[in-house]
Every structure is written in structure tokens, then in C-alpha cells.
Write a protein of this length. Structure first.
Length: 314
């Protein structure tokens, strides 16, 4: 089996210092997926079937599931936005292209608040089984919509797991991506060598993530989320005295945005904000700081090949 790295930094990470000599970089990621879930109502091949209950409606629109996803933009996002604005915190919105196409005001509000809008695929779907041309078209379409909605192209990409074996190569070929988050294997960024030079990978996390409110994930009360994230924060903050550390916290508007859960996010944020030497940053800023700390040249986007979405180079 090739292409796997179990060793990583081998407990000797590069001594990269975060801006302000912070001990810990905290990345808040708000996933914007509502409107990009699979639904026959949008002409998709099937309905989404994973929510707090796992049940699939076959052969007709699932209006119940559609309504569950509508909660995020209607009620969850305004709550999360208020929590972040009141604390002057910047986050990364991992946004599906079709979700932003249906809720463009979220992108506009995110830009107004200083958040990063990164790419989360066209639909909320895996890329693992996609044909090369299909994946190229999904990447190109997502970039076009997010660029139109925000005024700038996305610099980061995170596929709903799992990616295809070619996803990272396609992102590099596209030329517009500073980093991807298609990994879960470290508490630090790292680089991988590509034909175009070093590419930054910012690992994501499924444990410090509100998805654990679903389907036996272990979170019931908002305090469950707060306590778990606080424990992760405290350990990484302590380790950050001698080595760089990064904490990713995953949020979803339809999940943590519920009234009984939002205080869990507030409790975690207030705990973290009570500490000195903590850097709340967008993922693009973290990737940029990591390149700088490694002595790599400034990243600059390259023009996307005009025939990118048409297939592999001949």
C-alpha cells in the first residue's frame, strides 16, 4: 500500500511560530451545506437520508428532510453569525456551491463580517466514485459560483469525505487553491510535494465537531460540545508552550444553530478567549502563516487552464 504516511512529524514538528507568538491557532469552520443536499426536488438522483434520524424516502420528494435542512439558513446561521460578531471572531465558511447559489445572502454577510468563504464541493456529496471529468466540472462550477457570490475565488477546498484519489491533484492543476482540508491525520498543517511545488494541507477534525450531536455521536446537551472542545483546547494550549498546535472546530448551521445547543459554542469560545496567546484565524491565514514559517515563497494563484473542466491534459 503506497502513499500513506503514519509517521508525520515524528513528534518533532517544525518550530513555526504563529502570528503574535501565539501558542495555539484556533480554526472555526462553519459548514454551509443547506441547499446542496441531495433531493429529487433539485433534480438529483435520490434524496438525502442522513439527519438526526436516518430514513430515506425513495421515488418522491422528501419534504421533511428538505425542511430540516432549511432550518440552517433560516434560524441557525443568524444565531452563529451573532455569536461570532459579538466576539469579533473570524471563521472559515466551508460552502457548497449549490448551497450558496440558493442562499447568496450568507456569502454576502460572511464577506461583510470578514470571514473566509472556502469551497466544500458543488453538492454535499462524496467525490470518491466520481469520474475525472465529473470531478473537474464540480470543482470549476463551485469556484465560479463562490467567486460570483463573494467577489474573490475560494482559496481552500474541503470535500465531504471521501475524496477521490485525484482530488488533490485536480486542485493543484486548477491553480487557485492555497490549501485543502481533505485530511484528518494531524493537529498541525503540513505540506505535500506536487508538480507545482509544496501544497499545504490543513487537517480537519470529526471529534471537535457538532456532527457528534447526530446518530449516536455522543453529544446530547450543548454542554457536551463545550466540555469536549474545551478539553481539546486545554491540551493543545499546554502543548503549544513548546510546539505549534492547531485546533479545528467544525460547526453546521442546522446543528449547533439550534437554541438548545448554541450556548455550548458560546461557552467554548468564551473559555478560549479568556486565554492569552490564542490566535483565532481563518484557514487561509493559517495556511499562509505555515508557508511563511517554513520559509516557502508567498503563494500566488495561477490561471486556471481554460480547458480544465473539459478533461485531463492530452
Amino acid at each position: 500500500m503506497t502513499g500513506r504516511d503514519f509517521k508525520g512529524y515524528a513528534n518533532t514538528p517544525p518550530q513555526v511560530r504563529w502570528p503574535g507568538d501565539a501558542r495555539l491557532a484556533v480554526s472555526l469552520v462553519v459548514n454551509i451545506e443547506e441547499g446542496a443536499e441531495l433531493t429529487l426536488g433539485a433534480g438529483d438522483e435520490r434524496n438525502e437520508h442522513i439527519y438526526e434520524a436516518v430514513e430515506e424516502v425513495v421515488g418522491t420528494r422528501d419534504l421533511c428532510m428538505e425542511s430540516h435542512f432549511e432550518y440552517g439558513p433560516r434560524a441557525g446561521w443568524p444565531r452563529i453569525r451573532d455569536v461570532l460578531r459579538s466576539r469579533a471572531l473570524q471563521a472559515t465558511l466551508n460552502a457548497c456551491g449549490r448551497a450558496i447559489e440558493m442562499t447568496p445572502w450568507i456569502a454576502a454577510e460572511a464577506v461583510a463580517d470578514g470571514h473566509e468563504v472556502a469551497a466544500h464541493g458543488w453538492r454535499w456529496e462524496r467525490h470518491a466514485y466520481m469520474e475525472n471529468i465529473e470531478e473537474r466540472q464540480a470543482i470549476a462550477r463551485t469556484v465560479d459560483v463562490l467567486t460570483g457570490a463573494t467577489g474573490t475565488p475560494p482559496r481552500g477546498w474541503h470535500t465531504r469525505s471521501a475524496t477521490s484519489p485525484e482530488t488533490r491533484n485536480l486542485l493543484v492543476e486548477h491553480g487557485g487553491f492555497l490549501y485543502d482540508s481533505n485530511a484528518y491525520n494531524d493537529d498541525l498543517p503540513y505540506t505535500v510535494e506536487t508538480d507545482m511545488g509544496p501544497h499545504v494541507v490543513l487537517p480537519y477534525a470529526f471529534d471537535t465537531n457538532d456532527m457528534r450531536f447526530y446518530n449516536g455521536g455522543g453529544f446530547v446537551f450543548g454542554d457536551d460540545f463545550a466540555r469536549y472542545c474545551i478539553d481539546a483546547f486545554d491540551r493543545l494550549y499546554a502543548e503549544g508552550a513548546t510546539a505549534p498546535r492547531m485546533l479545528s472546530v467544525g460547526l453546521h448551521t442546522r446543528i449547533i444553530g439550534r437554541p438548545a445547543r448554541i450556548e455550548g459554542l458560546e461557552a467554548f469560545l468564551d473559555h478560549a478567549l479568556a486565554h492569552d496567546d490564542v490566535w483565532f484565524a481563518t484557514r487561509a491565514d493559517i495556511a499562509t502563516a505555515w508557508r511563511l514559517g517554513l520559509g516557502l515563497p508567498d503563494w500566488k494563484p495561477r490561471p486556471c487552464p481554460p480547458d480544465f473542466a473539459e478533461g485531463p491534459p492530452s
